[in-house]
Write a new protein. Structure first.
Lengths: 288, 332
């Protein structure tokens, strides 16, 4: 029981962490909070449904195809919601991402219909360890997410492209002065962010039903993960996501299954009151 | 000159009020219900205007406070038989007290972090509304709330509620406008524009932010109580995070620099779905895209954008910075 819960919460937590990581990347690149991140996850789930169930493409190829399509969605998302507003007040961009989240939810309902859709798991069946049984889907989720996140860390920290992205994060103006095309860098960041959210959606799709509302609560929990981890910190977001996954699953199992959402957000408030900058957030001196 | 301006403003206000008072004559009952809801929403948007538009603290918890007001009224009137007017008063004060406690805890956070924590507040409140069955009725909600009334006299029709709500909407608008012009309002705006500079000028920012938050909480409590009387039924599904987001969108679309912004934003977003009813299932899609477009074209909201357009027309020439970054009034 305990081991089962441990694996389940780790799988959920790592997906929250992935969505949270996408939010942090966008925050660092553009200084905006993306309220449509949950809807990007929803879009990934729906696209994986079309690829794997309707078109019958093998799941692992569908996973890669889904990632590529979501990358393109991210670029489009960037040009619609962020780029025209990059010089205005950040709340304006927040409102435009809220508009995008409403539009995406409705577009999904119009295309795929309001009924919940079910998706086959990536790997069927149950793994048995002595006397506990764990669904393979959860183990695959943890594996795929870990590999994907390690890849993104490598891309950001070790490659030339990653250095370009980091330079743009630090100072867009200075980056443009030394010849970095800022528009390419920011749209690439949005692409990566949408890609990991979309893959998260594809991994969650077999666990939950695919509906147009699945992004809402998942997005908010990922958001809680970002805040708990400390805004702006990539590894903080992942650890925050895993913490949220654990609080979510264990409070659902041991305290009350009806209050689990409330408990997660109570936890968020408590963490913020104790540590106002989040677990890994740096305390930034305020400037006048 | 100033006296003349004031006179014109007063006459316009009177004309508007007369028009508003005559409005319900000759429209359907359904439309009247929509307008009643619009007035309640308007009070909630005003609460956001105080805490966000004036003080610059983004609060996503307004729908939760609205629900708190509604539940206090519902519980007091149905379970304890409290008189409606007293229930309204207790709702306003109770919500204000709750918001004061939340504010005292959360205003230790700065900038965006405060906004994020309020998302936690609205999710927690909604979880309690939805699941604490013995008190809030759980998923069934609370029904059979008696109509609003004073003494032996009760409001029975939607038209009666329209005038009641109009009274409250106008009264709260006047109070808000008075705050906007008072020293207190100026200290709110000083915090919005630059918190550290405000502190240097002697504004106790922690206390002042709390005052603004309590004012906005009282507004929400009143709106929630009136909502409970109007619909005679409360259910947790109304008091959710997306509703708070809707208030924010209304405020930002209208503009947050004057009282006209919340009015226009609320009327527009409530009435547009009614006007575009033939679009049916596409309406929310159009709405979402419309929000993005409006933000891209007019980042300052309709009022701010309209002012700039007017300035352009008067000067017969647009200056590039007219449509550039608005004054440096970012949060945190």
């Amino acid at each position: 029981m305990a081991l089962q819960l441990l694996i389940t919460s780790l799988a959920m937590g790592i997906v929250y962490g992935m969505v949270a990581m996408g939010m942090v990347l966008i925050w660092r690149a553009g200084g905006i909070v993306n309220f449509a991140q949950g809807e990007l996850l929803m879009a990934g789930a729906f696209i994986s449904y079309t690829l794997a169930e309707t078109m019958g493409i093998p799941v692992w190829i569908a996973l890669v195809a889904c990632a590529v399509i979501m990358g393109l969605v991210g670029v489009v998302f960037h040009f619609i919601t962020y780029w025209p507003l990059r010089n205005s007040w950040d709340i304006t961009v927040i409102i435009s991402t809220i508009g995008a989240s409403i539009a995406m939810k409705e577009a999904a309902t119009l295309i795929w219909g309001p009924a919940p859709l079910s998706v086959e798991p990536l790997v069927d069946g149950v793994a048995r360890f002595s006397n506990v049984s764990i669904e393979w889907q959860f183990i695959v989720t943890i594996g795929v997410s870990a590999v994907l996140m390690a890849g993104i860390f490598y891309l950001l920290e070790r490659t030339f492209l990653g250095h370009i992205l980091q330079a743009t994060v630090q100072d867009q103006y200075a980056a443009s002065l030394i010849g970095i095309p800022v528009i390419v860098a920011t749209s690439l960041t949005f692409a990566i962010s949408a890609l990991i959210a979309g893959v998260g959606g594809m991994l969650l799709a077999p666990v939950f039903f695919v509906t147009s509302t699945m992004g809402g609560i998942t997005g908010l929990k990922a958001f809680a993960a970002v805040v708990i981890g400390g805004f702006g910190s990539v590894h903080g977001a992942i650890i925050g996501g895993i913490i949220v996954g654990f609080v979510d699953t264990f409070s659902g199992a041991y305290i009350s299954s009806t209050y689990r959402d409330a408990i997660v957000f109570m936890f968020l408030i408590v963490v913020l009151v104790i540590r106002p900058q989040g677990l890994f957030g740096e305390k930034i001196a305020e400037k006048v | 000159m100033i006296a003349k301006k004031k006179l014109i403003a007063l006459l316009l206000l009177l004309a508007g009020l007369t028009l508003a008072a005559l409005l319900p004559l000759g429209i359907s009952n359904y439309m009247l219900r929509v307008i009643d809801m619009m007035l309640i929403t308007y009070v909630c948007v005003l609460s956001l205007f105080v805490i966000f538009g004036m003080t610059g603290q983004m609060s996503f918890a307004q729908a939760g406070y609205w629900g708190l007001g509604a539940y206090i009224t519902a519980i007091l009137t149905t379970k304890f038989g409290v008189a409606p007017l007293l229930a309204l008063l207790v709702s306003a004060l109770g919500t204000g007290l709750f918001v004061a406690l939340v504010g005292m805890a959360l205003f230790r956070l700065h900038g965006h972090y405060f906004g994020f924590a309020t998302i936690g507040v609205v999710m927690t409140l909604n979880g309690i509304f939805q699941n604490w069955t013995p008190v809030t009725g759980g998923a069934n909600g609370i029904g059979n709330i008696p109509p609003f009334g004073i003494g032996g006299w009760h409001i029975t029709s939607d038209l009666g509620y329209f005038y009641l709500l109009l009274f409250f909407a106008v009264a709260i608008s006047l109070v808000t406008e008075w705050i906007h012009r008072s020293a207190l309002g100026r200290s709110f705006m000083a915090i919005r524009d630059n918190e550290i500079a405000a502190k240097c000028m002697g504004v106790n920012s922690y206390f002042t932010k709390n005052v603004a938050y309590v004012i906005s909480g009282v507004y929400c409590g009143i709106a929630g109580s009136l909502f409970a009387f109007l619909s005679s039924y409360t259910s947790a599904t109304s008091f959710v995070f997306p509703q708070s987001v809707l208030y924010l969108v209304m405020l930002m679309l209208g503009g947050y620099n004057s009282l006209l912004g919340p009015i226009i934003g609320t009327v527009l977003l409530i009435m547009l779905p009614e006007w575009f009813r033939p679009l049916q299932e596409y309406i929310l899609l159009v709405y979402g895209i419309g929000v993005i477009l409006l933000m891209v074209v007019m980042p300052d909201g309709l009022i701010g954008g309209g002012k700039k357009l007017y300035a352009c027309v008067v000067r017969k020439k647009c200056q590039p910075d007219d449509f550039d970054k608005s004054a440096d009034n970012g949060i945190g």
